[in-house]
Design a binder for this molecule. Structure first.
Ligand SMILES: NC(=O)c1ccc[n+]([C@@H]2O[C@H](COP(=O)([O-])OP(=O)(O)OC[C@H]3O[C@@H](n4cnc5c(N)ncnc54)[C@H](OP(=O)(O)O)[C@@H]3O)[C@@H](O)[C@H]2O)c1
Length: 162
């Protein structure tokens, strides 16, 4: 399988690239120097030669405090970036795996959240990530959205500086 991992220098992108590589898949690692998901032309030109079967989008603007200070940047990456990838994947019939967050919930539930629970983000980060999910649900044909909580693994989180 040909896999394109976007945000491949990040915490999750690094580890997920390794996982697919160890599985014997062809892994194409892309980060901001090769692709800017905010720009649809950048997506087309970065992926036109690769022709992936699956795109894994781990790219995000997820520093919670910075999202409050720069909501437009956060929406561009987390919302419009996801929309652009959904458009591209639909046009090219590519499977899209998109990473979202537990920040789409308000944290009030005292039991584990399930997919059908009401999303009610409390901050800009959560709102922009939810907008990305909704764009994907509305546009993409073959996709999965994974809502994860705190990540751990071999590589550190770039935006957290850890
Ligand atoms: N870290 C967590 O604890 C956590 C918890 C829950 C959910 N998540 C979600 O999990 C996913 C992966 O998080 P992570 O911690 O692995 O992130 P990360 O380490 O910050 O990596 C994200 C990568 O995406 C790149 N990127 C940013 N804007 C981009 C753009 N416009 N186009 C292409 N690439 C871009 C970043 O480059 P720059 O560094 O140069 O900006 C960085 O290399 C995200 O969707 C995040 O919302 C993370």
């Amino acid at each position: 399988m040909k896999v394109a991992v976007i945000g491949a220098l990040g915490q999750l992108g690094s580890d997920i690239s390794l996982l697919f590589k160890n599985n014997g898949d062809e892994v194409n690692k892309l980060d901001v120097d090769e692709i800017d998901i905010v720009n649809i032309d950048s997506i087309s030109s970065a992926l036109k030669e690769i022709k992936p079967h699956i795109i894994i989008n781990t790219a995000a603007y997820h520093h919670v405090e910075n999202c409050e200070k720069e909501p437009i940047t956060a929406f561009c990456v987390n919302g419009l970036g996801a929309r652009n990838l959904a458009e591209y994947c639909t046009e090219k019939d590519i499977y899209l795996m998109h990473i979202s967050t537990d920040y789409v919930f308000d944290g009030e539930k005292r039991k584990p959240y399930i997919e059908s629970d009401l999303a009610r983000p409390l901050n800009t980060y959560g709102n922009t990530k939810l907008s990305g999910e909704l764009f994907i649900q509305a546009i993409a044909k073959r996709y999965i959205v994974i809502r994860t909580s705190g990540l751990y693994g071999k590589h550190p989180a770039v935006q957290k500086g850890a």
